[in-house]
Design a protein around this ligand. Structure first.
Ligand SMILES: Cc1cc2nc3c(=O)[nH]c(=O)nc-3n(C[C@H](O)[C@H](O)[C@H](O)COP(=O)(O)OP(=O)(O)OC[C@H]3O[C@@H](n4cnc5c(N)ncnc54)[C@H](O)[C@@H]3O)c2cc1C
Length: 357
């Protein structure tokens, strides 16, 4: 990512909501976002307040993400000089003023009014992981603390791709006949947005899709999904939810096997997701897969290869969530599942026991 392909957008927090117990929904808006990649925020025709009212093309990259410059305690959001690259610019800021950079998916985009002006807005849904009452809880990161305490009217800077650059994203089903997408709670904004795209009767998807979402024990999605997918208010989470009008898209939502040894509600074992993926791959008796060892500091991030011409892959697999979880899922899909690596996008969204670097 070159420095010219991105910029720091100055935004204001417009609303902070709690759509359900495990997520905080934060809407950021600002004039600067007009200069962001149309691939990220789309281009809204006049009179349309919300991109989700539009069909495919308006917001091509459903899992597009941005980097929030989380302010240090009592400080302001950093405004790095990107001319020498974004990491160098960020690290050049004195540590006490720097704060942190944290990555979040743009769940939806639209417009809102700030200071009497109509400006672009983006929504992020932040997972409330860890125990807020335990000051020693290792799962309490700065992004999480910011999400818990931020209020409407606060200013925050966000690193976004520029107008002439593509959005940062991994979702690229390339016309596959079958889509299998699996993620944990951090991937819920991406997967639900993907479900909306696939379920759109005018979206051009003519295959079959199964989207598998594993949540921590006791977590719920509440309004995160009820909003635009016209799903019943109460449904049996142990059975797939038919979210498409023609039954082409199924959303499977389940809970992982309890908490980890330390009793942490943030444990991401992937056990439920693995079993569900195995069943969807026709491997009903598959044993749980141990994730292969992490490759040092390398990021778990590899995108499916673009296809050319009339080549239409049979299956596209999209995996996002905790790093060890996505490694195990990929091993299952490639090994027993026999899916070619080139048809798999897998993205480690966070690492158990490690802060975002
Ligand atoms: C492309 C991409 C898109 C993402 N989209 C979203 C999104 O839409 N919503 C969202 O909430 N997150 C999303 N994430 C994940 C988010 O960036 C990480 O969870 C990040 O580490 C949170 O920062 P933090 O400051 O809270 O914790 P950190 O300071 O990074 O970590 C502190 C501790 O908390 C643990 N931790 C971090 N995240 C979690 C978690 N979710 N559950 C339990 N323990 C955790 C770490 O292992 C570490 O021990 C995304 C990540 C990527 C790469």
């Amino acid at each position: 990512m070159s420095a010219e392909s991105m910029f720091v957008a100055h935004t204001r927090v417009v609303t902070v909501d709690q759509p359900c117990r495990g997520f905080r929904r934060i809407v950021l808006a600002g004039e600067d976002l007009r200069r962001a990649s149309p691939d990220l925020l789309g281009t809204l025709p006049p009179g349309v307040p919300d991109l989700h009212q539009l069909y495919r093309g308006a917001r091509p990259r459903r899992d597009a993400y941005v980097k929030v410059l989380v302010p240090p305690p009592g400080g302001v959001s950093a405004d790095p000089d990107l001319s020498a690259g974004f990491r160098a610019g960020f690290l050049a800021i004195p540590e006490a003023e720097r704060g942190w950079m944290r990555t979040y998916t743009v769940r939806s985009a639209g417009r809102t009014r700030v200071d009497g002006h109509d400006v672009p807005a983006l929504t992020i849904d932040v997972v409330l992981h860890g125990d807020p009452d335990d000051a020693d809880d290792p799962h309490q990161g700065p992004g999480l603390r910011w999400a818990r305490t931020v209020t409407a009217g606060d200013d925050v800077n966000v690193l976004v791709p520029s107008a002439d650059a593509p959005a940062w994203a991994g979702w690229s089903p390339t016309g596959a006949r079958r889509v299998l997408a699996v993620g944990d709670e951090t991937a819920a904004p991406a997967l639900i947005s993907v479900a909306e795209e696939l379920a759109d009767p005018f979206g051009g998807f003519d295959g079959e899709a199964d989207l598998v979402l594993e949540l921590p024990a006791g977590a719920e999605l509440g309004d995160l999904i009820a909003e635009r997918l016209s799903v019943p208010a109460a449904w049996d989470a142990s059975r797939p939810l038919d979210v498409a009008r023609h039954g082409r898209v199924r959303l499977h939502v389940g809970h992982r096997d309890g908490d980890d040894d330390a009793g942490s509600p943030g444990a991401a074992t992937g056990s439920w997701a693995q079993a569900r993926l195995a069943a969807l791959l026709g491997l009903r008796d598959a044993d749980p897969v141990e994730p292969p060892p992490a490759e040092g500091e390398a990021r778990e991030w590899s995108l499916a290869e673009p296809v050319s011409g009339a080549d239409r892959p049979d299956t596209y697999v999209f995996l996002a969530g905790e790093s060890a979880m996505v490694r195990a899922l990929r091993r299952l899909a490639v090994g027993e599942g026999g899916i070619p690596k080139r048809n798999i996008s897998f993205m480690g969204y966070w690492r158990q026991g490690q802060a975002e670097g």
